[in-house]
Design a protein around this ligand. Structure first.
Ligand code: G4P
Length: 521
């Protein structure tokens, strides 16, 4: 086994586009049937959004469904869950730092939606290659050309249609795969694809006339010609570089396009890539073990402080019991009871390769962004903090609990639940999140774990930007903007802006400063 047969990927989408359904179908097709039930359970539980304890309970499952592994034709697929729904948070963003590629699911009736775009931007930051899956073609949807143009325009990507729907909704007659020249059609009363495809010689093969209605055939031949002539051809380099997205049409619900997606990931998606690090990037062929923590999850029982840190293995062969040094504090830790995520024999697996994910139980020593390595001689970079989109002031109910509050905010920001900002002027600390649910989790955990009662108030700020630039320019800016300045948990200067417009305005006035929406640790 080598790292070359690993495909570590995530699915990005707007809520309801069909990520859960597609995940299940990928797992079923990939053979990890027992896991598919868990995904479903989680999907239902996820809807109980206001009760965070339920979410935590559900996390008992999601520790295992955070990483779903299946093997097929000699390839090991690691599918990392991005909680891109109500519980949209930095976790989601950071998970994308641990994958080598992504599938972007789009609802055929809706096209590119806001969350798709946001997640896409994160992928672009790291040139993560994307395969697009236009879902729900069994329902009425938008014109396929219009959808392709929207992906191309909105995301500034070349698009390459790999398959084509013969009609949609009531007129849906199947999907034609351009590469294999096969036609997949709905079967039986459920109108699902059950695996019996028709192999043809090409779009002019007379067999197609037997399989499709006259209208369907005319449509397919006309549209396919336009689609193949009007868009880019598949180019592996351009895809892997993040400049081109191959587009598959399908229906997760009715099993159309699943096999094609798995094959596309196996054939085209990159194996583990080298990862940016100091002093130099780390290649998966390097012998000794290195990895980084991209996610920390609290135990489902809030009385217990143990956590699971998720490490993406970058190089070497990890073995149970191995000693690794976390960059955070430099003392080696022995990883005796790692959680290794494998479809078969999860309990027994005791070896992991680059691209694999290892869950490491710990008591808060491991932080998101930490590097773990045998020799303690590298630091992975490029694990950004993201500018929060919701800022709130924290008001203590009992003012004598300031110390506990500070400890709690520092802890929770280490875990990545929130970000904390300490303003230069004024005593009220500000927390920032990228999703509303994080605020609910914050309040519940403050009470349950730190016995601190607090309320959140509107802050007069809308967003925050990390500041950098020449020292004298920074000083001059600080003098005039003191009311809007804060420090983050690590003491870095942050500009608290009233609006996105304000950021633009200040940037224009202070061209020598950088107002950054992300900060690397
Ligand atoms: P998400 O994880 O992206 O939020 O989406 P999810 O898979 O939960 O799908 C959202 C809804 O869309 C579900 O319906 C699901 O059954 C439906 N869906 C997903 N893929 C397809 C598809 O290819 N075709 C059609 N027609 N529907 C699809 P729901 O009624 O909201 O939920 P449920 O009660 O069916 O679970």
């Amino acid at each position: 086994m080598t790292a070359l047969n690993r495909r570590t990927f995530a699915i990005i989408s707007h809520p309801d586009a069909g990520k859960t359904t597609l995940t299940e179908k990928l797992l079923l097709t990939g053979g990890a049937i027992h896991l598919a039930g868990e995904v479903k359970a989680r999907g239902a539980a996820r809807r109980a959004r206001s009760d965070w304890m339920k979410i935590e309970q559900q996390r008992g499952i999601s520790v295992t469904s955070s990483v779903m592994t299946f093997e097929r034709q000699g390839i090991t697929f690691n599918l990392l869950d991005t909680p891109g729904h109500e519980d949209f948070s930095e976790d989601t963003y950071r998970t994308l730092t641990a994958v080598d590629s992504a599938i972007m699911v789009i609802d055929a009736a809706k096209g590119i939606e806001p969350q798709t775009r946001k997640l896409f931007e994160v992928c672009r930051l790291r040139s993560v290659p994307i395969i697009t899956f236009v879902n729900k073609v069994d329902r009425e949807g938008r014109d396929p050309f219009e959808l392709l143009d929207e992906v191309a325009d909105a995301l500034a990507l070349d698009v390459c249609p790999m398959s084509w729907p013969v009609g949609m909704g009531g007129q849906f007659e199947g999907i034609y795969d351009f590469a294999r020249n096969t036609l997949m059609q709905p079967e039986g009363p459920s109108r699902e694809f059950e695996g019996a495809f028709t192999q043809v010689a090409g779009l002019d093969d007379p067999v197609l006339a037997e399989k499709l209605s006259a209208q369907g055939l005319e449509r397919l031949t006309e549209e396919a010609e336009l689609a193949q002539g009007g868009y880019a051809s598949f180019d592996l380099e351009a895809y892997r570089h993040g400049d081109l997205t191959p587009v598959f049409f399908g229906s997760a619900l009715k099993q159309f396009g699943i096999e094609e997606l798995i094959n596309a990931i196996a054939d085209h998606a990159p194996p583990p890539r080298s990862q940016p690090a100091e002093p130099e990037s780390v290649d998966p062929t390097r012998k000794d073990v290195t990895g980084f923590i991209f996610k920390v999850q609290a135990n489902m029982d809030p009385q217990h402080r143990d956590r699971i840190a998720f490490m993406r293995l970058v190089s070497g062969t990890f073995k149970r019991g191995m000693k690794l040094v976390p960059s955070g504090h430099g003392k080696p830790i022995a990883v005796h009871s790692p959680i290794l995520f494998f479809a078969q024999d999860r309990e027994l697996a005791d070896e992991a390769l680059p691209g694999d994910i290892i869950g490491i139980p710990n008591h808060g020593t491991l932080r998101v962004g930490d590097t773990l390595s045998e020799k303690n001689d590298v630091r992975f970079t490029g694990l950004p903090n993201f500018a929060p989109e919701i800022l709130r002031r924290v008001q203590l109910k009992d003012p004598t609990k300031t110390k506990q509050l500070r400890k709690a905010l520092d802890d929770l920001s280490e875990e990545g639940v929130i970000q904390v900002f300490y303003p230069e002027i004024g005593s009220q600390w500000v927390v920032g999140v990228v999703g509303q649910l994080q605020l609910e989790v914050l309040i519940s955990r403050l009470e349950a774990e730190y016995k601190v009662e607090a309320v959140l108030e509107m802050a007069p700020f809308d967003t925050a930007r990390w500041l950098s630039g020449p020292a004298d320019a920074l000083e001059a800016f600080k003098r005039i903007s003191m009311n809007n300045l804060a420090k983050d948990r690590d003491g870095n200067p942050v500009f608290m802006a009233r609006s996105a417009w304000d950021v633009g305005y200040q940037q224009e006035k202070n061209p020598e400063l950088t107002f950054s929406a992300t900060r690397e640790r």
